[in-house]
Design a protein around this ligand. Structure first.
Ligand SMILES: [Cu+2]
Length: 150
């Protein structure tokens, strides 16, 4: 008399376990199916971010010419953080681009050509710190300009 209710209960429990396994199995398959979709979205986002970063760099690329007559032209530029500024010596005298203040160059450590270049010489610097960075020609300290990094 005792065994029959137990048997029914056991069958019921086994049935529940089977149903639970089916549910777990279905959710696993579902999980596997959605995982590649998420990876695709991530890859797409990464590609879009890389493209916009590239576009930003191109957009913000700036060249500043140095002549004895006009100094730095333009002498005030606004760029985005991560952009590179190219200083070109078009004068027949020396150019040594450096951060203010002269002679210590401490406002933006690292923004310092550390040497003079003659005509045709180029100094490139990539700005990653936001702010207004004054600079000058270390060989003619009164001649300078400002790089505004946003
Ligand atoms: Cu200086």
């Amino acid at each position: 008399m005792d065994t029959e209710p137990k048997g029914v209960t056991t069958k019921y429990i086994v049935g529940l376990i089977v149903v639970a396994f089916i549910i777990i199995g279905v959710s696993f398959v579902g999980g596997k199916r959605s995982a590649p979709e998420k990876a695709d979205v991530d890859a797409q986002e990464a590609a879009e971010n890389a493209q916009s970063a590239e576009a930003m760099k191109k957009q913000a690329a700036v060249e500043i010419d140095y002549t004895y007559e006009n100094g730095f032209t333009p002498d005030h530029v606004t760029i985005k953080s991560g952009a590179t500024v190219k200083f070109v010596n078009n004068s027949s005298s020396e150019m040594w681009v450096a951060s203010n203040p002269h002679p210590f160059h401490t406002d933006y450590p690292g923004f310092d050509e550390n040497q003079s270049v003659l005509k045709g010489g180029i100094y490139q610097f990539t700005f990653t710190k936001m702010g207004n960075w004054g600079f000058h020609n270390h060989r003619r300290p009164k001649i300078g300009g400002v790089i505004n990094v946003k």
